[in-house]
Unconditional design. Structure first.
Length: 493
């Protein structure tokens, strides 16, 4: 655990100041700038998804299986599952191409209470957790070059979050440019890693056929579920492309293209990299290291290779933090714009044209989680459990939107271009079964941890009751779970 109580107190004070600062009257006249293209969407997806997972989870996953063939089969099944999820979100995004992504879908389908809980969970555990967890990972790898312990480790992590907050604050163009550059660096680095080592491996002895009993053999399902959760964690990120739909030039084209291209690249890179890990190290050696990429580099090309891999891991973690911050801050902004969150967050900076107060809130709470929870493993596990709850809700929303024809025509009756997931309803049903199954099995096999994570989400219950009832009274409406039929607006330029 990191020692940073004074830092935590300062962060909480900063958060309070953000929330109570009054809004200037000119704020509602400023709108988000529409400047993001398919390249930006792909960069955002890859930038968020390829974080630290591919550098940290494969050795843990290997401990649950006895052979590479079992690992690869499971990985490919999850890849197909995630790609199907990307197609579900592509259709949702084209039906409701508005800033906020999942929040907009959930609120439109299930009402204000559901929308509030989603946004609350985003802030409390789901999207601020990556900022905290990946800042810890980046600090760990920075420690490869400069020793960091205790306070200095915490301070470096907080500084990373704050610096990325500055990039996002001063304009989406700058944060998107940073995302492009770091995405090219980390994807290019991983591709070069894969190509170089595939070339070097051509004359080396393969360890792919090595077989070893699982480190902890509790049975098929008890071993499979935690491995599946780790692989899903490594793939998370595709769902956030729709968060910035209000800043895309043509979201109905950009979102599905970004999903298909981005996920295709991610899956291809991941499968290549885990194959290299197993080819060089085999089952036992892979389980014995916590830094498999650096271990492979050390084995093949020496200390210089390990140094390059450490730098690549830092870039990957920072890029993922930036991508999450860029997308998630728009959820808080969208909630405030719809009257479901602190009104002060319904603010677009008149000069930078970014939701600056929402960005500040994300930065501050991410820092609080870093100090309070401290452990990367604890942060990551809680995030995935909460995400699965809302994956269920968004997939069910797709069926509802199909039935109601949401987004298929404009207000004047003109047809809209909508991406439709193929093999409907088979693919979304299979995806839904997978999501619910993972959620239930995690709750059964890790029930203590699941209760803690659920408690984080449920902290929003009294807040939602107070906030929504107070809003309804101010607006002269009957308090209830649903607001107007559809009040989510897409900002225009």
């Amino acid at each position: 655990m990191y020692h940073g109580a004074p830092i935590c107190a300062q962060y909480l004070l900063s958060l309070l100041l953000v929330l109570i600062t009054p809004i200037r009257s000119a704020t509602p006249m400023t709108t988000l700038k529409k400047s993001l293209t398919t390249f930006d969407g792909v960069a955002l997806l890859i930038g968020i998804t390829i974080g630290s997972g591919i550098y940290s989870t494969p050795y843990l996953i290997a401990g649950y299986f006895g052979s590479f063939s079992a690992v690869l089969t499971t990985w490919l099944v999850v890849s197909a599952f995630v790609f199907t999820g990307g197609l579900v979100y592509a259709e949702l995004g084209t039906r409701m191409p508005t800033t906020g992504g999942e929040y907009a879908y959930i609120r439109r389908a299930w009402g204000d209470w559901a929308g509030f809980f989603f946004g609350w969970a985003q802030l409390i555990i789901i999207r601020t957790s990556p900022a905290a967890g990946l800042a810890i990972v980046a600090s760990d790898y920075i420690g490869f070059f400069v020793p960091l312990t205790g306070f200095s480790h915490t301070l470096v992590g907080l500084s990373i979050i704050a610096l990325l907050g500055v990039f996002n604050y001063v304009g989406v163009r700058w944060s998107a440019l940073f995302q492009r550059v770091t995405t090219v660096m980390k994807v290019g680095g991983l591709v070069l890693f894969a190509v170089l080592f595939l070339f070097l491996l051509s004359g080396s002895e393969s360890q792919l056929d090595t077989v070893s009993a699982p480190l902890k053999d509790d049975g098929f399902l008890p071993n499979l579920i935690p491995a599946l959760m780790l692989i899903v964690f490594t793939h998370t990120g595709f769902d956030r492309v729709g968060y910035v739909a209000g800043e895309m030039k043509n979201p109905r084209d950009v979102i599905p293209r970004s999903m298909v291209i981005g996920l295709g690249i991610v899956i291809g890179v991941y499968v290549s990299v885990i194959t290299i890990y197993h080819h060089v190290l085999g089952m036992d050696a892979l389980r014995a290291t916590t830094i498999p990429a650096a271990a492979v580099a050390q084995e093949m090309i020496g200390s210089v290779g390990a140094t390059v891999i450490a730098l690549l891991a830092i870039v990957s973690a920072i890029s993922s933090i930036n991508g999450t911050m860029l997308s998630s801050s728009r959820v808080y902004y969208a909630m405030a714009r719809d009257g479901l969150f602190f009104k002060t967050l319904d603010y677009v900076h008149p000069r930078f044209r970014t939701p600056t107060r929402a960005i500040l809130m994300h930065v501050i709470w991410g820092g609080v989680l870093l100090v309070v929870r401290g452990s990367f493993e604890s942060i990551a596990a809680g995030m995935i459990f909460a995400i699965l709850i809302f994956y269920t809700m968004t997939t069910l929303a797709l069926f509802k939107f199909r039935r109601e024809g949401v987004g298929e025509t404009s207000s004047d009756g003109e047809p809209h271009k909508v991406f439709r997931i193929p093999l409907y309803p088979v693919l979304p049903v299979l995806y839904l079964v997978g999501v619910v199954g993972l959620l239930l099995f995690r709750a059964v096999f890790q029930w203590r941890e699941s209760l803690v994570d659920l408690a984080f989400v449920l902290t929003g219950l009294p807040v939602a009751w107070f906030w929504l009832r107070g809003r309804d009274r101010r607006d002269g409406r009957e308090p209830g779970p649903h607001g107007p039929e559809s009040t989510t607006r897409s900002p225009t330029n």
